[in-house]
Design a protein. Structure first.
Length: 196
């Protein structure tokens, strides 16, 4: 198996509540990653993760936005411990990220959404190919079923409208016509909502 040269976080973003922010700090403590945390005057937080030798670091600037701390970070990592900690953090704290895992002859590009890998693309000198792509099969089936259910309901409403129109054409009593017209108005409104 090829030896990884580096891991590059092209763009990683996290949005944390105050409670999650405290958990984020504890998370790296539990992984025994050296860190420095500073609270800035405006309520923002600066967090620096370092490898054991102090040669490599990841710097987060968390900006306070309403009730959340938001950060976007880009970095290139060589240290396996720091690389592994970042991967676990993106996953545990439901981050979005584009991550290049760089090998001597190819690069694997991982796309994270809400902490889960949604797509993996292998890039080589000869081009790129999708290795994995998440498909929400159950969600797609549910959506298709719901669309079919609405289509059936539209058909039933159209059938009821046609029957009422036939009745109206055959009726001569004004009171009955008024009742039919009221029912037609309700069905027409329902049809409009369903087709929207």
């Amino acid at each position: 198996m090829a030896q990884r040269i580096a891991t590059e976080y092209v763009k990683a973003s996290l949005q944390l509540t105050a409670e999650e922010m405290a958990g984020f700090v504890r998370f790296f403590d539990e992984l025994h990653v050296r860190q420095q945390v500073r609270v800035l005057e405006n309520g923002n937080h600066e967090m620096v993760l370092e490898d054991d030798a102090g040669r490599e670091e990841v710097r987060f600037i968390f900006e306070r936005q309403q009730e959340r701390y938001v950060t976007v970070v880009s970095c290139r990592l060589l240290n396996p411990k720091l690389t592994n900690a970042m991967r676990k953090a993106v996953s545990a704290f439901h981050g979005d990220a584009i991550v290049n895992r760089i090998y001597p002859t190819y690069t694997m590009v991982y796309h994270y959404e809400q902490g889960a890998v949604r797509k993996i693309v292998e890039q080589t000198a000869g081009g790129s190919r999708v290795v994995f792509e998440y498909k929400d099969t159950i969600g797609q089936l549910e959506a298709r079923f719901n669309r079919m259910e609405i289509e059936r309901e539209i058909g039933a409403v159209q059938h009821a409208i046609n029957e009422l129109l036939d009745m109206r054409n055959q009726c001569s009593d004004r009171e009955q016509i008024a009742g039919i017209d009221e029912r037609l108005r309700r069905f027409t409104k329902q049809l409009f909502v369903l087709e929207a």
